[in-house]
Ligand binder design. Structure first.
Ligand code: PHE
Length: 537
């Protein structure tokens, strides 16, 4: 038979498995296949091209490996079926093995007492009830009622060892035993011992059964036309010796199966969240923005006060904001302190009436983990106020949140501002629409909202699977926010959630997935997925 006529390209191990299965003629275990293949090959050991093949065949994990390949080729099927039950002594069983079964101890006692006694005199004996039950079952004792009380009487003098006792002894000698390997009487004893409390424990072992498919059977009968050794005398590796000796002329070379399935290879790649951060950066840069950065540990001054957030605002409380314990305060940018104080207390020269309370420098000096990247924005704006300005940041922020499927305590915001003459709300909406359009999200809508530092303020929402998902806030900075820093032009500002956006992109239901390091998901998730969801909306 020439290869190629009905026989796919097979590794020699695969051929050995097929032939062994064909020769066994029935579904078999790895062990049986291994034994059979070795048996078929042993007579030809001397003529084998590579004698270590026999060793390989003896190893049932090589058989298992070959079976995996054959299954992929549709030549065999595997089922996990035969369940072997093992039995071993449990706690009470070990004690019984030492002290004897309760029924045995009872018979010995009865013999000592002359063969018969009143039940009451034995009541204190350990395991008494169990002993009576099994004593009667074994036909060793009997129980009878007499006018003077209930009597226990020995029926057999020194009864023979019961099957349960024999098994107990075997188990204490051998440890674990295969139930199927026991003789029928001991098997019966095993199931009796199983009904007793904590005497034995059992465990199961799963065995794989391999069967040839129809195609496998055809291949087997073709291969079996020649002895197995003929099929295995194939060279899988070319060596210098093979060439120089000229032996290469007389050997058969293994063929390559270039279509064989291989283990998937997982190359290193960026974390999916980082992938989105890069997309966002790229999109901003394409839109003409420049990136800015600011510190994670921030002054309350920049995080709140500069943004006209009153000092008694609930968001400033400990349960929403992480404050630093050490160091707990930083230096204020003195050139702005009086101006910020003025807007808070009475509006300064902004025409506003301010919040009308006494502003505290001490409160503004507190250090915290920035709760939004707007802190970075205003810090930048205070020092770079020459228009036009188009800057963005994608950075970490912290909130004292209870972590759940849509909240993390540490996450990212996508922030940006545009400062130029005549900048207006329509322009802001246009920028955000274009930003999301470039990221692949089609429908964006705006809803009136409130932030202490913007007027008007808008919430940004995107349409996702029939629902509107809130992605962040936006607006035009109030004069109370800009004037203290010498900015007189309109500032369009926004701060958007990055993780929420990433959830949309990757179709995730739970935000925690980004930090759970589920290798399966990380490997599967494609860095190109972000582009696949274009047009889904
Ligand atoms: N800082 C706001 C937040 O964290 C978002 C925002 C930024 C709103 C800029 C308006 C202007 O939710």
């Amino acid at each position: 038979m020439a290869e190629g006529e009905g026989v796919p390209v097979l590794h020699w191990l695969e051929k050995a498995v097929i032939v062994a299965l064909g020769s066994l003629g029935k579904p078999s275990t790895y062990q049986e296949i291994s034994d059979e293949a070795v048996k078929l090959l042993e007579p030809f050991t001397a003529s084998l091209y590579d004698p270590s093949m026999l060793e390989t065949l003896q190893n049932s994990s090589s058989i298992a490996k070959a079976c995996g390949w054959l299954r992929d080729k549709g030549l065999i099927t595997t089922t996990i079926s035969k369940v072997v039950k093992y039995i071993a002594l449990a706690g009470e069983g070990r004690r019984y093995a030492r002290e004897g079964l309760p029924e045995r101890r009872l018979v010995v006692k009865l013999a000592e007492l002359g063969g018969s006694t009143n039940v009451d005199s034995l009541k204190d004996m350990q395991d008494f009830e169990i002993a009576v039950m099994w004593g009667i079952r074994n036909g060793w004792i009997q129980i009878s009622k007499t006018p003077s009380g209930t009597l226990l009487t020995l029926k057999i003098e020194n009864p023979e060892m019961s099957a349960q006792e024999r098994l107990l002894q075997l188990l204490s000698q051998h440890g674990e035993m295969d139930i199927d390997g026991l003789d029928p009487t001991l098997q019966q004893a095993a199931s009796e011992l199983m009904t007793r409390q904590r005497v034995v424990s059992t465990s199961e072992k799963v065995v794989t059964i391999v069967s040839l498919t129809e195609a496998g059977n055809r291949v087997a009968s073709l291969l079996m036309e020649k002895p197995l050794s003929d099929h295995l005398n194939e060279v899988t590796k070319i060596t210098p010796g093979l060439i120089s000796s000229g032996r290469w002329k007389n050997v058969t070379f293994s063929r390559y199966d270039v279509a064989a399935p291989v283990e998937p290879l997982f190359a290193a790649k960026r974390h999916p969240l980082l992938e989105v951060i890069r997309m966002v950066r790229k999109t901003y840069v394409e839109l003409g923005f420049e990136e800015i950065e600011g510190p994670i540990v921030e002054l309350a001054f920049w995080n709140f006060d500069a943004l006209f957030q009153p000092q008694d605002h609930p968001a400033r409380e400990m349960q929403d904001t992480f404050y630093l314990e050490y160091p707990n305060k930083g230096l204020l940018p003195m050139e702005f302190v009086e101006k910020v104080r003025a807007v808070h207390e009475h509006g300064g020269d902004t025409g506003s009436r301010g919040w009308g309370y006494k502003w505290s420098e001490k409160e503004a000096m507190r250090l915290l983990l920035r709760t939004h990247t707007t802190a970075t924005t205003i810090r930048h704006l205070a020092k770079n106020r020459r228009p036009p300005i188009k800057v963005f940041s994608v950075d970490r922020i912290y909130r004292n949140e209870k972590v759940d499927w849509k909240h993390l305590a540490e996450f990212h915001q996508i922030e940006g501002i545009v400062v130029e003459r005549n900048a207006n709300l329509r322009q802001l909406m246009g920028i955000l629409r274009e930003f999301y359009r470039r990221l692949g999200l089609g429908l964006v809508r705006f809803r009136p909202s409130y932030f202490p530092y913007t007027e008007p303020s808008m919430e940004v929402e995107v349409k996702l699977g029939g629902r509107w998902l809130e992605l962040g806030g936006s607006g035009i900075f109030r004069p109370e926010t800009t004037r203290p820093f010498g900015v007189h032009l309109p500032v369009l500002a926004w701060g958007l959630g990055l993780e929420r956006l990433a959830m949309v992109i990757y179709g995730l239901e739970d935000i925690r997935a980004f930090h759970q390091n589920d290798l399966g998901w990380l490997r599967r998730v494609s860095p190109l997925t972000p582009y696949k969801f274009r047009g889904r909306f």
